[in-house]
Design a protein around this ligand. Sequence first.
Ligand code: C2E
Ligand code: CA
Ligand code: CA
Length: 517
Amino acid sequence: MLCLSLVDISLTSNWLNRPYIRICLALLAFMLVAAVGILAISWQTSQGLRRDTGANLQQSVRLVDMTLDNAAIATSAVENLIGVPCDASTVQALRWQVAKVPNVRTVNLYHQNTIYCASLFGPRADNISTDKYVGGRLMLMSGNSVTPDHPLIAYRHDVNGSGVVVGVDGYFLHNILSLLSTHAYLVLQVGDKWMDSKGMIHTGEGWPDGERMELTSENYPYAIRLVIRPSDHWSYVFDYATVSLVLFPLLSLFIAFMTYSLLGRVGSPTAALKEALEKKQFIPYLQPVVDGTTHELTGVEVLMRWQHPQSGLIPPYQFIPLAEESGLIVPMTRQMMAQVRDQFGPMAAELPKNFHFGFNICASHFKDLSLAEDCKAFIDAFKANPINLVLELTERELIEPSETTHGLFNALRRMGVLIAMDDFGTGHSSLAYLQKFHIDILKIDQSFIGRIGTDALAGHIVDNVIDLAKRLQMIIVAEGIETQTQVDYLAPYQLEFLQGYFFGKPVPPAEFIDKWL
Ligand code: C2E
Ligand code: CA
Ligand code: CA
C-alpha cells in the first residue's frame, strides 16, 4: 500500500517496469539477438563454405588433370610403337612406361577394336569398345580383367583407328576426391558414369540433395561435381564457427538479463528514491520540543520530507517504508544529519543551553558502524555550545541484540548520545530490553495523548502508560499535544518534555530559526 503510493507519485504511468512487460521485452531481446546471431553465423558459414568448396573444386580438377597428364606422357612415349608387332622389345618398352610414369598401371597397343599388345601379358587379342570412350579419350571402369574390383580410368590416344590405351589407377583419383571432400560430396564424372570419394563407380543420377556446383576440365572430357548437403553446413559451423556458436547464446542471455534488470531499475520506486538522494531532495523539517513545566524551547525533533519537483512535499509515511526496505534510509538519514549539522553548527552559540536534536533512526541503521562516526561529527560541530544528540528508535521495530549493535550502542554511550524509545506503548519492549539498550528517554505515543478527555477509560489508559514510564525512571516526552486540555491534564505529572502542534508544527529550518531562535 505504502509502496504503491510512492509509485503513484513518481511514476504515474510507468508501464515499462511491470513484470510481465519486462519478461516479454527480455524474451524479445533474447530472440532478436539470437536471430541476428543465427543469421550472421549462417551467412558467414555459407559464404565460407562456398568459397572453400569452390577452391576444392578447382584443386581437384587441377590434380586429376595432372594425373591424366601422366597418362598422356606415357601414350606419347610409345606412340611410335603403334602398329609395330608385339615382340619382346615392344612389350619391354610398354612396361618401361608403367615402371617410370606415376599413376599409370597398364599401357596397351590396339588396332581397330582389339588390344594386341599389353604391358602385363604381352601379345594378346582382347576386345576394346572404342565407341564407349567419352570424347574418344576417357572411360571410367569399375575394374578390368586383372583387378575386377579396382576402379580405373582408361585413357585412349587414337591415330587413325589404332593407338594406345593407358590404364590410370582409380586409387589416385578417389584419393583426390576423398581428400578434398571435407565439407561436400565430391565426384568425378566421365560421361554418364561417376566415381565417388570411396572409389565406387555409379551410373546416372543418385546424388544426395543439396546445393550443386560443377567444374569441367578444359583439357580432358570429365567434370568434377559437388553437392553441399545440409549436414555439410552444420559440420562447417562446428569446425569454423565454434566461438560464435557459444558466444551468441551467451550474449543473447546476457542481453535478455540486462534488459530485464534495467527495465526494473528504470523508473522503479527505488530508482526514484536513489535519484532523489543524489539530487538532495530529502530535507529536514524541525518540530520544537518544549520544557514540560516552563514550555520553553529545549530541543527539536528532525523529521524527513521529500521535496519532490512535481509532487511537492511528500510526507515520510509515503517513502520511509521503501527507503528502509531498500537500505537507502541509511544514506538518506546521513545526508539529513549533515544538512542539520551544517546549518545549525555555525550558530551553536545562539541555541539554548543543553539543546537537543532528535533524529529518527531505523533498526537496520544500528548495524551500520558509520552511525557512530556521523554522531561524532554532529556533536563535534557544536563544540561552542555542546548539544545533546538523541537517536529515536521506534518500539514497533525492535533491534535484535548482536555483537555489532552492542558495540555500536556502547560507542554511542561513550560519546554521550542519548537513546529514545519512540512510540512507547504501541510495541512490545520489555524492561529487560529497555535496560539492555540503555534507553534514556521514553516518548509516549501520541495515540494515548490524543485520547485524553475523550472518556473515562481512555483517561485510565493514559494514566497507566505515564505511570509505567515514570516507574522506569526515564526522561519522559509526551508527543502529539494539540490542545490546552491535554496540557492541563498532563501538568500534574510534571513530565520533562512536551511536543505537539499545540507548541509548534514541523517547519523548514529557516522558518524554525526565524520563529524560535
Ligand atoms: P514520529 O517519529 O512519531 O514523529 C512524529 C510524527 O507526529 C510526525 O509526523 C509529526 O509531524 C507528527 N506530530 C507531531 N505533533 C503532532 C500533533 O500534535 N498532532 C498530530 N496529529 N501529529 C503530530 P511525520 O513528520 O509525518 O512523521 C511520521 C513518521 O515518519 C515519524 O513518526 C517517524 O516514524 C517517521 N519519520 C519521519 N522522519 C524520519 C526519518 O528521518 N527517519 C526515519 N527512520 N523515520 C522518520
Ligand atoms: Ca520520532
Ligand atoms: Ca512518535
